[in-house]
Design a protein around this ligand. Structure first.
Ligand code: AMP
Ligand code: MG
Length: 413
């Protein structure tokens, strides 16, 4: 009897980190797209592939100030050529270059017919009014930009899911796009729970603490490119929490902290169940167990119930909420880069739980940031990585290689 009950408990088993993340991501889809002026699009995510409708550059042009010539005429030097015309950027050629001739040309000007080479002005000497001496032999094709050498018409220049930086904005402008199709930024409600919490600016009475998670989590939402909607503090009653979640469910996602374990005042699980569905509420992780994921109301707003401990809250945000928000924002790269690093100290960990220590990674080595208690938020502030230790085993030994997640770097493939 007791054996079969424990077998049952294993069957509805606590999810692994990877299983939990897969279940979360399976429920998250990109938000709708809209057309945005290119000027306002930096930092946004492309909703659809951008295909070039034309070549960039659109015409063959000079990469230098100099003389447009026939390569065959300037293979050896010195040689004198007759200058028949001059052409500036924005101009168009009025005549072709014949044998023994040159046309003065400026950077960006279209190459005249008959020419295939530009001799830069530094490699020439003007002789009288209509002659130039080529002083340096110049190979055919030198200083000519071919049409389409940057972008070929018909090619996919930028793929959906790319975040637009200054360089991508420039590429779109060069292609003539005044507007661009982007995904709306996710709006994320952030709600703290707990009778002990006091907002910043108010005095701390006995037993009270400042609401740190409201600030760290809204900052993490913003750093993930989403828009945080701070919802304040819900008190530890089912009614107060329900009222707060009804408001929060209007956002694209809800992130709560605290009240998600099995204490007498932990209401997240029953209240979410009464308002929607709870997918899971416990995973095999330290720190960060428990962590709830579910949906609220008719809009099926995803809800992440993070633990209250400030370290656990930020760490589970990094591992579970951040990739979900990136997917919602249309991004295709969801995960930070990982690396192998040589551990310089022993780390103890609980058996059967995936363990994430806060680490400092440099020059292929990694150490912890010191005491790793889930209330020690300064351990996170000193870290530039997470040391990711598998469920199996109870320690990682100094001198072995471990996997680190580089939390200061942007997402990788
Ligand atoms: P809970 O998950 O509600 O049991 O809270 C676990 C621990 O985290 C307790 O020590 C709480 O006081 C603390 N805690 C919960 N929410 C916050 C918060 N918003 N800011 C700082 N600490 C918190
Ligand atoms: Mg609490």
């Amino acid at each position: 009897m007791s054996t079969s009950r424990s077998a049952e408990r294993v069957a509805t088993h606590v999810l692994t980190v990877d299983e939990a993340l897969a279940r979360i991501l399976a429920r998250i889809a990109p938000l709708p797209a809209f057309s945005c002026a290119l000027d306002d699009a930096v930092g946004a995510v492309l909703a659809s592939d951008v295909t070039a409708l034309r070549d960039v550059p659109q015409f063959r042009n000079s990469a230098m100030d100099g003389y447009a010539v026939r390569g065959a005429d300037v293979a050896t030097s010195p040689v004198r050529l007759r200058v028949t015309d001059s052409i500036a950027a924005g101009g168009s050629p009025q005549r072709a270059v014949a044998r023994g001739e040159a046309i003065r040309i400026m950077t960006g000007a279209p190459l005249p017919d008959g020419s295939d080479t530009v001799v830069r002005v530094e490699d020439t000497r003007q002789v009288g009014n209509d002659e130039v001496e080529i002083t340096v032999g110049t190979a055919t094709g030198t200083s000519v930009r071919a049409a389409g050498e940057d972008v070929t018409a018909g090619s996919t220049v930028l793929a959906a899911g790319r975040r637009l930086r200054a360089a991508e904005i420039g590429v779109l402008a060069a292609l003539g796009h005044a507007t661009v199709n982007i995904i709306r930024r996710p709006r994320v409600a952030v709600l703290s729970t707990g009778d002990e919490l006091v907002p910043l600016g108010s005095d701390l009475g006995p037993g009270m603490i400042h609401d740190a998670n409201r600030y760290s989590l809204t900052a993490a939402v913003r750093a993930a490119g989403a828009e945080p909607l701070a919802q304040g503090i819900a008190r530890d009653t089912a009614d107060d929490l329900r009222a707060a979640l009804v408001r929060a469910a209007l956002a694209d996602a809800v992130v709560t902290s605290g009240g998600v374990s099995v204490g007498d005042h932990d209401h997240v699980k029953p209240v979410v169940e009464s308002m929607g569905t709870m997918d899971f509420w416990s995973i095999a992780i330290r720190p960060g167990r428990p962590l709830a994921f579910g949906e609220l109301g008719e809009r099926h707003t995803p809800l992440f119930g993070l633990p209250g401990n400030p370290v656990s809250a930020l760490l589970t945000f990094e591992l579970f909420v951040r990739p979900a928000l990136l997917r919602m924002a249309g991004r295709t790269w969801l995960h930070r880069p990982r690396a192998q690093a040589r551990l310089v100290e022993d780390i103890e960990k609980p058996a059967g739980l995936r363990f994430f220590a806060r680490g400092v990674h440099a020059a292929g080595q990694v150490r912890t940031t010191g005491p790793q208690g889930s209330g020690i938020l300064s351990s996170m502030a000193r870290a530039n990585c997470l040391i990711d230790l598998p469920e199996a085993g109870t320690r990682a030994l100094a001198g072995t290689d471990v996997t680190v997640i580089l939390t200061d770097l942007p997402e990788d493939h």
